[in-house]
Each structure stands twice: as C-alpha cells, then as structure tokens.
Design a protein around this ligand. Structure first.
Ligand SMILES: Cc1ncc(COP(=O)(O)O)c(C=O)c1O
Length: 430
C-alpha cells in the first residue's frame, strides 16, 4: 500500500528556496497554511519539489473532483488544446460550451427548462447570479447568511460574511444586503433563522424589494455545516410566498461532492439559480450559473466574459461529468459512509474531537478550539496528510472523489496518530 514519503526537514531545500522567492514575488494576501510546494499530483497523492509525498484530503479546496491528472480528463484537455484553445464564447459559438451545457442539463434539473452562463470561478458565478437576480426581478435587495462565503469580488464579497479580514478596508460594499443566522451554526436553531427573517421583513426590508436569498446548502468555509432537514424546504416556501429567487451556491457542495450531483437534491428542493464552480472541470478554471430559462432573459451585451466557458475548460468539464456518470457519483456516496464511519471511530478514542459530520465526501471534524485545530492540521501535514481548516475549529476533509477505502483508512490513521501526540502534550491533554 502506498504511504506518505517524508524526508525531513519539511520544507526541504528546494521548497524553502522557492517559498522565500515567492514571498517576495507574490501578493501576501494569500493564506498559506503549510510550507508545501507542489511539483506534481496523481490521484489522491501529491509530490513536493523535494520528493516528499502526501495524501491529499483537500483536493485543491474541493476542486480536483476526479483526482489529480485523471487520464480521462488529461486526454480531453490534450485533444481539445490541439484543436482550439480560445475563441471567446461571448462573441462566437464553438462546440464544448454547448456540450457542457447539455451535460449540465442532464444532471441539474430546473423545472420549465434552464440556461447556463459560464464563468471562470466561483466568485464570478455568484457575481453573475447577483446581476441576473436583480435584472430578472427588478428588485434591489439581497439576503445571505452569517458565516457564508460566496467569494471575494465586490458583489460576492458583499454576501460573504465569514472573516473580517476578507472585508476590512474594501468598503463600501454593495448596499441592500442583509444577513441572517444560518441554522446549524452553534447555538442557532431553525426558529432563530426564520424569526430573524420575519423581523427583517417587518422592520427593515419589504420582502417585495428582495431579489434573492443566496444560500450554501452546506456551509463550506463556515465549517461544513449541515442545516436541519426542514431548513431548505422552508426557505423555498418563504421565497415562493414573496416572489424571491432562491440561489443555491453549490460552488463547494456541487459536482457530486456530497454523493448527489447537487447537494440541494438531498432535501428535494429546487432553487431558481444554481452556482457551480470548483470541481466542475477537475481543476481547470470554470464556473457555471444555471438558471431557469424564463429568468435568463437578459439582452445581448448585458453580461459576458472573455474567458468564461473556455473550450479547454469546458472539455475538462464534460470529461469530469462523464466520470461522474460512469460510477463516480455512487462511489462518492459509498466512500462518504466509509469516511464518516472511520472518523466516528477516531472520535470514540479521543476527547479532542467533539463532533463528526458530513454528506458524501464533504466531511468535517470539530476540535475544542481554534488553537488545537491548527496544531492538529500542522501535525497531520508533518505525518503526510493534507487537510484544511474551516470555520473556527473544524477540519474539513474533501478528498478527490476517486479516493478508495485504503486511502481513507490511511488518512484516519494519520489523524489518530496526530491526535494521540497532541493528547500526550501536557498543554493539550483533555
Ligand atoms: C461556497 C463558495 N462560493 C463561492 C466561492 C468562491 O469561489 P472562487 O474562489 O472560485 O472565486 C467559494 C470558494 O471557496 C465557495 O466555497
């Protein structure tokens, strides 16, 4: 069985030199949790520039759906790039945009028909949805949730309500945005959410002025929070009552990650607009806003993008969906159960994990506090497991969907070893 290969020290000499150079060359706004300089990836494994090999349970932040460099995706990219790399879908027609739109139609169902608009990222997809929601309803106001992350361009950032550093110094942001509590966050009940919404409608914003409510069906950066079962159906009802559009931000939870094509399917709720990105093209930059056809009635020139729906990215998107269709979606649901079970077993042996949750391969564990979470992430890295934090004190586990049982058990073994070491340190012993 393949195991991590770690030559100490980490970072090794090549990584240390490149990190020093890049700290001078690149914007300091990026958050680098580890001194990891990646050279190559295959499947669920990555190799750094000093030959260290890590098991990847982060997948480029839930992007490498089909694993690093899946041969089917690589073939699609190679073949497309030998034919046509760019033409600009805003001004011209070409095949791959239509092929991907068709594939999305096969899996993302919106009653009455749908249309797709392709972008290059999650934030651009949210930006497009903000514009379409306002345009289609001719209403100004937008509602999002506490703890939400919808991106960093100024429109999307106005909906984001995750960390103050993401907003500080960038104002004024969009006016006409309100936030309400997300049920599933500590101490927030379903009733809290809907009574805050009611209060908002009574005191500050006439619901007839609200264009859309943006919701992550599972709050991603906020901590992989899964809401109570009646949350999304009830939100849909409120939207219907007031003619408000429901926008599902499935940038992180979509493209099979939860064992269904879109996470909204778990609650049998249809939004008016789906926002997809991250995993849609297994790593090539691509996003898609999929909206009801009767909403997407904006005239030529009202929205566009030079690179959005690039032929190579779309070909990678088609290849990604072909893999989901040929068993990967079912595999994700099964591996999700294996992962949850393995995490519960780890939890049963330590007081340091306070909760395990997940849907499909979108799983998280909670630690007692932010400091313990960060120590654990660091220790896992030095044992050869790549994972990322989410929220204040959670670790998210979002491996490539091709992950197998052996890799899941290896990941939880590393987690367990790291937790034991933390438990043995005097300051962290529970
Ligand atoms: C739910 C959600 N929406 C939007 C975004 C923004 O996506 P991007 O970083 O591609 O702009 C993210 C990114 O993490 C996300 O998790």
């Amino acid at each position: 069985m393949r195991r991590p290969i770690l030559n100490s020290p980490i970072p090794g000499p090549n990584a240390a030199r490149m990190i020093a150079e890049q700290e001078r060359q690149l914007s300091p706004s990026s958050t680098r949790d580890y001194p990891l300089v990646v050279d190559s990836g295959d499947g669920c494994w990555i190799t750094d520039v000093d030959g260290n090999q890590f098991l990847d349970f982060c997948a480029g932040i839930a992007v490498c759906t089909t694993g690093h460099c899946h041969p089917h995706v690589v073939r699609a990219i190679t073949e497309q790039s030998q034919k046509l790399i760019h033409m600009s879908g805003t001004d011209f027609y070409y095949g791959p945009q239509g092929e991907l739109a068709q594939k999305l139609e096969d899996h993302v169902h919106l009653t009455g028909g749908q249309r797709a608009f392709f972008t290059n990222s999650g934030t651009e997809t949210i930006e497009a949805a903000i514009k379409l929601a306002r345009y289609a309803t001719r209403r100004p106001h937008l509602i999002a949730f506490d703890g939400a992350f919808h991106g960093r361009s100024l429109g999307a950032l106005s909906l984001t309500n995750s960390k103050v550093v993401q907003r500080r110094g960038f104002g004024p942001l969009l006016p006409e945005v309100s936030h309400i509590p997300y049920p599933g966050r500590a101490g927030v009940s379903l009733e809290d959410t809907f009574s805050e919404l009611e209060k908002l409608f009574k005191r500050r914003v006439d619901p007839s002025q609200v264009a859309a409510i943006f919701v992550e069906p599972i709050q991603g950066e906020g901590g992989y929070l899964i809401p109570p079962p009646s949350f999304l159906p009830r939100l849909r009802q409120v939207c219907d009552q007031h003619g408000i559009l429901l926008v599902a931000d499935e940038v992180q939870s979509g493209m099979g990650r939860t064992g269904k094509f879109c996470a909204m399917e778990h609650w049998h709720v249809e939004p008016d607009i789906y926002c997809l990105a991250k995993g849609i093209a297994s790593g090539l930059p691509l996003g898609a806003m999929v909206a009801r056809a009767n909403l997407m009635q904006w005239p030529p020139g009202s929205h566009g993008s030079t690179f959005g729906g690039n032929p190579v990215a779309c070909a990678a998107g088609v290849a990604t969906i072909e893999l989901l269709e040929s068993g990967l979606l079912e595999h994700t649901a099964v591996m999700g159960e294996v992962l949850l079970q393995a995490l519960r077993e780890v939890m049963s042996g330590t007081p340091l994990i306070t909760e395990v949750r997940g849907l499909g391969l979108m799983a998280a564990i909670d630690l007692p506090d932010n400091a313990t979470r960060n120590i654990l992430l660091h220790d896992c890295f030095h044992h050869g497991l790549i994972a990322l934090g989410a929220g204040e004190r959670s670790i998210r586990l979002c491996p490539p969907l091709i992950v197998n049982e052996e890799e899941i058990h290896l990941a939880t073994e590393i987690l367990q070893e790291s937790l034991m070491e933390i438990g043995q340190r005097p300051s962290q012993a529970a």
